[in-house]
Design a protein around this ligand. Structure first.
Ligand code: HEC
Length: 201
């Protein structure tokens, strides 16, 4: 008991001394009883606090779950209902593009983990808004639709689509040069890609 009091007393004296502008080094033995290397142990405390804050943030982030939708497929609205798609090309579009440009997205387990879930759902929403093979009627105009079809070749040839990150995570989405040639001869039948299409990937 007495030792405790002594400690507190000497400590408060040192802290007061510190406040009065005395050499802060005197305060060190009092701030922690493990007063060996004060700086590095303070740094460790800080690192631990930051890590703890990050973990708490990650846990709370899970509460914000974006909507992972797969709207119903209406065959009459699909690309195939409007445009002739060669048999060889159909499965390529499905396996390499379907997760972002169709209504049959296969949502991987990590699409349920924030913050990755936010990035994936926003990619799928953007991709579907641009072109959705299951909702070709959503294209703004026939000209826009043709322009998009024509720019597919350029996208797959220069590696813009599917996006690199997706290709890394989904081996089956990588295209052989044979796949690219098949997609391109179909896509190019809709004309040359427009200047504005496919920029900035
Ligand atoms: C991981 C999701 C994802 C996959 C897989 C994917 N895309 Fe995309 N795609 C997007 C997003 C997001 C956009 C809109 C933003 C952009 O242009 O980068 C887009 C845009 C496009 C555009 C319009 C580009 C422009 O700027 O005019 C074309 C064409 C396209 N994709 C074709 C494809 C094709 C073909 C495949 C498969 C070989 C494919 N995409 C696979 C996400 C994806």
């Amino acid at each position: 008991m007495r030792i405790g009091w002594n400690k507190v007393n000497s400590c408060s004296v040192l802290v007061v001394g510190l406040h009065l502008g005395s050499n802060p080094r005197h305060a060190r033995p009092c701030l922690g009883d493990n007063a060996g290397d004060g700086d590095s142990s303070m740094n460790m405390v800080r690192v631990k606090r930051v890590l703890l804050a990050l973990i708490v943030l990650l846990v709370f982030a899970q509460l914000v779950q974006p909507k992972r939708t797969n709207p119903p497929v209406v065959p009459s609205r699909s690309l195939e209902a409007h445009v002739q798609v060669p048999q060889q090309v159909q499965p390529i579009l499905k396996r390499a593009c379907g997760d972002c440009h169709s209504n049959e997205t296969v949502w991987p387990w990590y699409s349920h983990v924030a913050p990755i879930s936010w990035l994936i759902t926003s990619d799928v929403n953007d991709g579907r808004n641009r072109l959705n093979f299951h909702d070709w009627e959503a294209q703004k105009s026939p000209e826009e639709a043709t322009k998009n079809l024509a720019s597919i070749c350029k996208e797959v040839r220069n590696g813009g689509m599917p996006p690199l990150m997706f290709r890394i995570m989904h081996k089956e989405s990588r295209l052989s040069s044979e796949d690219i040639n098949a997609v391109c001869s179909w896509s190019q039948s809709f004309g040359p890609p427009s200047q504005s299409a496919g920029q900035g990937n």
